[in-house]
Design a protein around this ligand. Structure first.
Ligand code: AMP
Ligand code: ZN
Length: 467
């Protein structure tokens, strides 16, 4: 049984989708006013782990991630650079898609952009005006929070603090300013605007997600995610708008990840501890190691990013890829050892049990490394046979469908003819016959196989196609 911690109830709850076997998932996407930073990627990778796990457990997942391409921050950024909003946001939207691919994040089924969905937002705003949940003031439209009975349930806000009738303009604000918030903002000098039935202007940030989620997933859907900073006001306001409009429950499970901090501090440009993915890749950081580091702390725990932790993540992964390499390239004798089947079954059970328990990743990772440790002992004792190696490879591949962290997973074993060539070269090197060794190396290179001499011995890489 899968359990998730639901921010709404503040409890672990058994997961039961609305339609058996199917999950509708909405994750708040990037506000495209800058390159995404590693904190953002903690959120996106947590969501990717959740999604990959649900797929692994047999669910058909429909995933929507919005692109916030009009809001206070994007408008400010475009104005500062004196370029059109669309031109400004396109640069960061393109960068976002490049980045997620580098981190092996599965693509969503839909990436709706806010600027393509203004009519959907207007439909909800009009409905809220008709139902008396919203009112117009000076050309803008506000949501009256005193009219929505459940306001504050998600963020556990103290209702005594609410000051109905007071209004807040900006998209982001603290709980202390839980006032009537803007659904639609009046046309202003220097801001893009749309001519609509509720007047000229542009949407508030929160209405964007209410409109785009219901358009692609329906008025009630299964899971909505984001980082903890999204709980208030963003998700609180999404619930208010969506439920007031539809009269139905908006989302069944709210999952939020805690923040990533760097060297024990909040990331900020002024402190010089602010890293985009691009900053790290420019320092030759391995994307797999970064992904592993970001997902290996439970999503509801604070994650402290350090370069030492990144090094550790990298060497842990090397153990996995070395193990896989060994399994694929060692000549195992024919046969089978029942201990390996038991080992694989046990690891698989633990792997799933960990993730079933609110994505308890430490249990899952322990299962993976224990399997490797024990199998390595059996290999060194000559107790692993060809069928066992195949089973271990299959189980690593299936674990990696969820984790997506093993470098070189797709590499296939070399045909024995080429393996013999490599052995011949090894022998030539041992005999100090470097001319012959080089000749074989060049021969293999012509066939698209690059040899690398490492401290653990010779390694090969396929450069093109299959050997
Ligand atoms: P934004 O582009 O600011 O709208 O944020 C995109 C996603 O990243 C949201 O789900 C945020 O909650 C999340 N996020 C922002 N900063 C952090 C952080 N330091 N750690 C984890 N998640 C974050
Ligand atoms: Zn959102």
């Amino acid at each position: 049984m899968i359990r998730f911690f639901n921010t709404l109830s503040g409890k672990l709850e058994p997961f039961k989708p609305i339609v058996e076997g199917k999950v509708k998932l909405y994750t708040c996407g990037p506000t495209v006013y800058d390159f995404a930073h590693i904190g953002n990627f903690r959120a996106y990778i947590f969501e990717d782990l959740l999604k990959r796990f649900l797929i692994f457990r047999g669910y058909k997942v429909t995933h929507v991630m919005n692109i916030t391409d009009v809001d206070d921050k994007t408008i400010k950024g475009a104005n500062a650079e004196k370029v059109k909003l669309q031109e400004f946001t396109k640069k960061y939207t393109d960068a976002f898609f490049e980045d997620i691919q580098k981190l092996y994040i599965l693509k969503a089924d839909y990436y709706p952009r806010a600027t393509d969905h203004i009519p959907d937002m207007i439909k909800i705003i009009k409905g809220l005006l008709e139902k008396g949940y919203a009112y117009k003031k000076d050309g803008s439209v506000y949501f009256n929070i005193s009219k929505f009975q459940n306001y504050g349930r998600l963020s556990k806000i103290d209702l005594k603090e609410l000051r109905p009738g007071k209004r807040i303009e900006s998209d982001e604000y603290e709980k202390e300013s839980a006032n009537d918030f803007a659904l639609w903002k009046d046309k202003k000098e220097g801001e893009p605007f749309w001519e609509t039935e509720v007047g000229p202007g542009r949407p508030g940030w929160h209405i964007e997600c209410s409109a785009m989620s219901s358009k692609y997933l329906g008025q009630t859907f299964d899971i909505h995610c984001g980082g903890v900073d999204n709980i208030f006001p963003h998700h609180e306001n999404e619930i208010a708008q969506s439920e007031a409009f539809s009269g139905r429950r908006f989302v069944n499970y709210w999952l939020h990840c805690r923040h990533l901090i760097v060297d024990g501090e909040k990331m900020s440009k002024s402190k010089g501890n602010f890293y985009t993915l691009r900053d790290l890749l420019a320092k030759d950081v391995d994307p797999y190691a970064l992904r592993f580091l970001l997902l290996s702390t439970h999503y509801r725990k604070m994650l402290n990013f350090t370069f030492e932790a990144l090094e550790q993540a990298s060497s842990s992964l090397k153990r996995v890829s070395d193990f896989l390499y060994e399994l694929k390239n060692r000549q195992f004798e024919e046969g089978e050892n029942k201990d390996i089947s038991r080992l694989v079954e046990g690891a698989n059970k633990e792997f799933i049990a960990g993730l079933d328990d609110d994505l308890n990743i430490s249990v899952t990772i322990r299962a993976l490394f224990e399997m490797i440790r024990k199998a390595n002992i059996l290999i060194s004792r000559g107790k692993v046979y060809r069928k066992d190696a195949e089973k271990l490879i299959a189980s690593l591949h299936s674990f990696d469908d969820v984790l997506a962290v093993i470098p070189g997973k797709e590499e296939v074993a070399l045909p024995s003819k080429l393996k013999k060539k490599i052995e011949e070269r090894e022998k030539a090197r041992a005999d100090k016959n470097y001319d012959l060794a080089d000749q074989i190396r060049r021969e293999l290179l012509k066939q698209g196989i690059l040899l690398e001499d490492t401290k653990d011995g010779v390694r090969w890489k396929i450069l093109k196609g299959k050997p």
